[in-house]
Design a binder for this molecule. Structure first.
Ligand SMILES: [Zn+2]
Length: 149
């Protein structure tokens, strides 16, 4: 297995030093619910090994992430129900490969608008605290999604 970084949040989650609400696990990957969901069911897929960005990871790892994302997307579309699910790699917040998968209720669900609040003065403030879900709420979502088969 490739290296891990001691101070990387997702490496800690991959080693289960921090326990997420897990939806699926393989030898190389972990799928868990985002604690700051854009929509209920918003999950992250990470390799347990550390690679900064998706283009740094071996193609086999990226392909395995995509295969899991497809399975999860089909499941999310069934239970929410929506016509589309989104899948994207980002890296703007944490430099450890992670893919987002979420049910798309609106086409704008993937834009940064969900992360922006605008106080009365018109000042734009970045923040996600209003979206944070507690562990109990996330566990209920995991029960709803069920095992990925
Ligand atoms: Zn890492």
């Amino acid at each position: 297995m490739a290296a891990v970084k001691a101070d990387c949040l997702f490496c800690k989650i991959g080693r289960r030093e921090i326990e997420p609400v897990v939806l699926a696990e393989t030898e190389r990957l972990l799928v868990f619910l985002d604690r700051n969901p854009i929509r209920e069911g918003h999950a992250l897929i990470i390799p347990k090994a550390h690679y900064d960005y998706f283009d740094d990871a071996p193609l086999a790892v990226v392909n395995e992430i995509t295969a899991l994302a497809q399975r999860l997307a089909k499941r999310l579309k069934e239970i929410y129900p929506v016509e589309k699910a989104a899948y994207m790699f980002s890296g703007g917040d944490i430099a450890h490969v992670h893919a987002h998968v979420l049910p798309l209720h609106k086409n704008s669900d993937l834009t940064s608008l969900r992360y922006v609040t605008a106080p009365a003065q018109g000042e734009i403030v970045l923040g996600m605290a209003h979206l944070t879900q507690e562990a109990e709420a996330l566990a209920a979502v995991r029960e709803k999604i069920g095992p990925l088969t």
